[in-house]
Ligand binder design. Structure first.
Ligand code: IPM
Ligand code: MG
Length: 355
């Protein structure tokens, strides 16, 4: 099988971690007889520097013509001017929208070896295995927004908008995914305040009736935030609106000890998807060769699974990551007294893949 993968290394530690994931994909290709053709494109701050745009047309068309896209990270203090006309994040939001990637999958699981680095007591995080399913192309991120001068002062508006079909397709996906997991969906909203949430809840309840084998519960976003730290093991699939999902997924991600470990996938109607680690560009450690590449390597595994349909190959990467951890490889963020470098961790995964 021949597949085209667009790499968007982006900013900060992005290029360093994408390099390692590419090496892993190359080894998987060699072992399995598949051919992965890589094309590297500009996106984010680096694209602004070189072309003036966060998402150059050339990058977008390369992504549209690819089987999958692997992204490092975007943004950094250099481009962090609130009044700037172009921002690196616009590249990411643009890709999500242009490719119709409405479903963001953020699996969160605790690795036994890393329980000690969790901010929670180990017994609370033991066995955590949840999926945060975040709606990604609607809500307050993409609603009408503006600022205007009025006699009372400057008025700023951000609008939380949804069409019913946008809610329906993401909640339906939550039920489908839950069927292959622990069969439990927690639909998170703010139905005591927001009209959009009341509709969300109604749609979730109606769909729930069609999935009698899956348990559905509704939870308000504030109490969900609390439950994530008090009883994280009680979740299976969490499905929620774009901004709630943005916030809750960071909270969920840190429970397991390191943000650096977690992958994500953004999917639409077809096979084409965008894969990226949950962590950001980490400008404070960029260029030092100490970033944890595992979130990106595990994102590459999700890429093989969801966009290329290569389940066995995806699982082999996940096993190799577990093996590398079990053999003691730890980047600085994972603690340990003798941390390995970014490439050291990449090599540990490659060695585990070969063994
Ligand atoms: C994420 C990030 C992005 C988001 C930013 C970089 C625009 O926080 O992917 O969670 O808010 O969606
Ligand atoms: Mg976020």
């Amino acid at each position: 099988m021949q597949s085209k993968i667009v790499l968007l290394p982006g900013d900060g530690v992005g290029p360093e971690v994408v390099d390692q994931a590419r090496a892993v994909l190359t080894t998987v290709a060699k072992k399995s007889g598949h051919v992965f053709e890589f094309q590297t494109c500009l996106m984010g701050g680096i694209a602004i520097d070189q072309t003036g745009e966060a998402l150059p047309a050339e990058t977008l068309s390369a992504c549209k013509g690819a089987d999958a896209v692997l992204l490092g990270a975007v943004g950094g203090p250099k481009w962090d001017n609130p009044r700037a006309k172009v921002r690196p994040e616009m590249g990411l939001l643009g890709i999500r929208r242009e490719l119709g990637l409405y479903a963001n999958l953020r699996p969160v699981r605790g690795y036994t070896e890393l329980l000690g680095s969790s901010p929670l007591k180990p017994d609370r995080v033991e066995g955590v295995n949840m999926l945060v399913l975040r709606e990604l192309t609607g809500g307050v991120y993409f609603g009408q927004k503006f600022r205007e001068d009025t006699p009372k002062g400057v008025r700023v508006v951000d609008t939380l908008e949804y069409y019913d079909f946008e809610i329906e397709r993401i909640v339906k996906l939550a039920f489908e995914i839950a069927r292959g997991r622990q069969k439990k969906v927690t639909s998170v909203d703010k139905a005591n305040v927001l009209e959009s949430s009341r509709v969300w809840r109604e749609i979730a309840s109606n769909l729930g009736a069609k999935y009698p084998d899956v348990t559905l519960e509704h939870q308000l976003v504030d109490s969900c935030a609390m439950r994530l730290v008090t009883a994280p093991g009680s979740f299976d699939v969490i499905v929620t609106e774009n901004m709630f999902g943005d916030i809750l997924s960071d909270e969920a991600a840190v429970l397991t000890g390191s943000l650096g470990m977690l992958p994500s996938a953004s999917l639409g109607e077809g096979k084409l998807g965008l894969y990226e680690p949950i962590h950001g560009s980490a400008p404070d450690i960029a260029g030092k060769g100490i970033a944890n590449p595992l979130g990106t390597i595990l994102s590459a595994a999700m890429l093989l699974r969801h966009s290329l349909g290569l389940e066995a190959e995806a699982a082999s990467i996940e096993r190799a990551v577990e093996k590398a951890l079990a053999r003691g490889a730890r980047t600085k963020d994972l603690g340990g007294d003798k941390p390995v470098s970014t490439s050291g961790m990449g090599e540990a995964v490659l060695a585990a893949l070969e063994s």
